[in-house]
Design a protein around this ligand. Structure first.
Ligand SMILES: C[S@@+](CC[C@H](N)C(=O)[O-])C[C@H]1O[C@@H](n2cnc3c(N)ncnc32)[C@H](O)[C@@H]1O
Length: 228
């Protein structure tokens, strides 16, 4: 997808950034940003300035808590966090600096601008955590868990790679299960209800999950595999 064709919905900026956030965007973001210039393929392994054992992609990383945690816990993995909301990006790049995370790169734009630039089988794990639910029926086509994004992820993920998806919106859960289970390249094989009710130990909570819990909503955690 080209920048000209993109149709991004949702917020790009929120409350005005304080000094720390402004500095993060001005000084740190240029060093960590995935370069989209040109229209050729982007080798994600080459983005980190050092060898990595694989690349994980988070789509809609929000304030970056989850991406920063994964990068800290998995120093040999390169983590790409994509988030068009600039306040979230400022928070993540500031965290990356504070925690001296050298294995994080960010894209402050629509993930679809990146997906079709990545080579096949170049993403070893992907996360879509608490995506915007777009509750009105006329907005459902904006939902990021949709057949065309899944087609791209299927192209990018090797067999057996994990796709983690979560939501606390029942209506979106039904939608997700329908599109995920209808997709021939993703398998979901839970062994018990705990598989979707209990967040695994290597999956930290996110800001949106916390907000949902405070409002009394239960979250569902789906771990899909790229099918053979
Ligand atoms: C409800 S928030 C969840 C954020 C985070 N995952 C969490 O759990 O706290 C969904 C995020 O997806 C981002 N988003 C929406 N459309 C996107 C797109 N096309 N590409 C990348 N991120 C997107 C939004 O900006 C928003 O921050």
């Amino acid at each position: 997808m080209t920048a000209a064709k993109r149709e991004l919905h949702g917020r790009r900026v929120g409350r005005p950034l304080r000094h720390r956030g402004q500095r993060a965007l001005q000084e740190l973001l240029p060093k960590l940003r995935v370069p989209l210039a040109g229209d050729g393929p982007i080798d994600p392994c080459a983005l980190f300035g050092r060898a990595v054992d694989g690349v994980w992609l988070e789509i809609g990383s929000g304030d970056g808590t989850h991406a920063a945690w994964q990068a800290a816990q998995n120093p040999d993995i390169g983590v790409i966090a994509v988030e068009p909301f600039m306040n979230g990006i400022a928070s993540l790049v500031a965290m990356a600096e504070e925690r001296q995370l050298t294995n994080i790169r960010v894209l402050d734009d629509d993930v679809r601008l990146l997906l079709d630039r990545l080579p096949p089988q170049s993403i070893n794990r992907a996360f879509i955590l608490f995506p915007d639910p777009w509750p009105k029926r006329r907005h459902w086509r904006r939902r990021i868990v949709n057949p065309s994004v899944l087609d791209e992820l299927a192209r990018l993920m090797p067999i057996g790679a994990e796709l983690r998806v979560a939501t606390d919106v029942q209506d979106y859960l039904v939608w997700m299960l329908r599109v995920l289970r209808a997709h021939p390249d993703f398998d979901w094989a839970p062994r018990s209800a705990d598989d979707w009710r209990v967040r695994p130990h290597d999956w930290p909570g996110t800001r949106f999950e916390e907000k949902g819990l405070e409002a009394g909503r239960r979250s569902t955690y789906l771990s899909m595999k790229r099918a053979a």
